[in-house]
Design a protein around this ligand. Structure first.
Ligand code: CUA
Length: 374
């Protein structure tokens, strides 16, 4: 384990906010020490200085001191405000997702981490990322609560059943860093770990191209949508469209029956698949059956990914809400590595020709045949 941190016994600082977390932590220690030592010293000093010299002596009374009271109010106030501000700044940097970034899906499971990249690469208990790049993890779990924790990055986030949580980091040094599950999750909790490999951008690009196996999340999602789950029979557009329109909704407000609106984010799409009756889109009937129990968390992420791609969003973050459906947005453009990758992902018409052939599981007369618009 690397320990060339400027602090002994500490893991390496390998993300952009690692030093901030350490700085705040040492400030807290400094404040604690700066109070503890004088208080303990005063206990001993007063204990000796004012020890009982004669029985039942009447001490001299003291009737307040404005200066003393002001000083002992103001100093702790200032100190506690610096702690609050420091904590708020670190929290803001750590848990507010960046606009751009390479998106990776993480599914926790007793007792392993399943990871999928937007280019289709899958990993177990390993995560390869490029250096100096914002990486955003969209995480969920198949069973109990886990917690994705990388001490060298000084960040962690709970992974919670039934919802998506997010974690981001920007690794500053190539290397191999321990990954832990930091929430007790049963018998093999302690073994639920692995490594994050931070690679130079060129090395990462080589790793990526050498590891393309299987479908990308968007391709997998399209396959489920059009063939395996048959979503396309209602949602494919055209005269037979009975299900809500999905193109272009991601990142926008959707009008619901009853006049409310909801932001179409990952959580909304997930809920609409598992519990379609929860939010009925204006102009449609509540006729969709639930898919609860029929899709795994990984398939749900693939479906979310595909529906995002219908709005031109792929491999980007949810927080790019404002800019919305701008094609395969510029979100990846700052990063040549993922930029090349993203060309393989979002184009909605890609694979039209070979699709029927590539899915032996496609039911006969699958509805995708007539849908030239997708
Ligand atoms: Cu998963 Cu502890």
């Amino acid at each position: 384990m690397q320990t060339n941190s400027w602090v002994p016994f500490f893991p390496e600082q390998a993300s952009t906010f690692a030093w901030q977390v350490d700085a705040l932590y040492f400030y807290l220690i400094l404040v604690s020490v700066a109070f503890s030592i004088p208080i303990v010293a005063a206990i001993f000093y007063f204990g000796i200085r004012y020890r009982e010299k004669e029985k039942y002596a009447t001490p001299e009374e003291m009737h307040g001191s404005i200066v003393l009271e002001t000083v002992w109010s103001i100093i702790p106030f200032v100190i506690s405000m610096t702690i609050f501000l420091g904590g708020a700044i670190v929290f803001y940097n750590q848990y507010r997702l960046p606009e751009d970034g390479m998106e990776v899906y993480v599914v926790g499971k007793q007792w392993m981490w399943k990871i999928q990249h937007q280019g289709g690469q899958r990993e177990i208990n390993e995560l390869h990322v490029p250096v100096d790049t914002n990486v955003k993890l969209t995480m969920t779990t198949e069973d109990v609560i886990h917690d994705f924790s990388v001490p060298a990055f000084r960040t962690k986030t709970d992974v919670v059943p039934g919802r998506y949580t997010y974690l981001w980091f920007n690794a500053t040094k190539p290397g191999k860093y321990h990954l832990f599950c930091a929430e007790y999750c049963g018998l093999n909790h302690s073994g639920m770990g692995g490594y994050v490999y931070v690679m130079e951008k060129d090395d990462f690009a080589a790793w990526q191209s050498g590891n393309v196996s299987g479908q990308t999340p968007v391709e997998q999602g399209r396959d489920l949508f059009e063939n395996k789950l048959g979503c396309a029979s209602c949602h494919a557009g055209g005269p037979q469209q009975r299900g809500a329109k999905l193109e272009g909704i991601f990142g926008h407000e959707v009008k619901l029956v009853g006049g409310q609106t909801v932001a179409a984010d990952e959580a909304y799409i997930r809920e609409s698949i598992l519990n379609p009756g929860a939010k009925i889109v204006e102009g449609y009937q509540p006729i969709m059956p639930t898919f609860k129990g029929q899709v795994t968390e990984e398939q749900l992420l693939a479906l979310v990914s595909y529906i995002k791609s219908l709005s031109g969003v792929a491999g980007t973050t949810t927080s790019s809400t404002g800019s919305g459906a701008g094609g395969a947005t510029g979100a990846n453009s700052s990063n040549p590595v993922t930029a090349t990758n993203s060309t393989a992902v979002p184009t909605a018409n890609r694979g039209q020709a070979n699709r029927q052939g590539s899915n032996p599981n496609a039911p006969a007369g699958a509805p995708s045949g007539g849908n030239s618009n997708r």
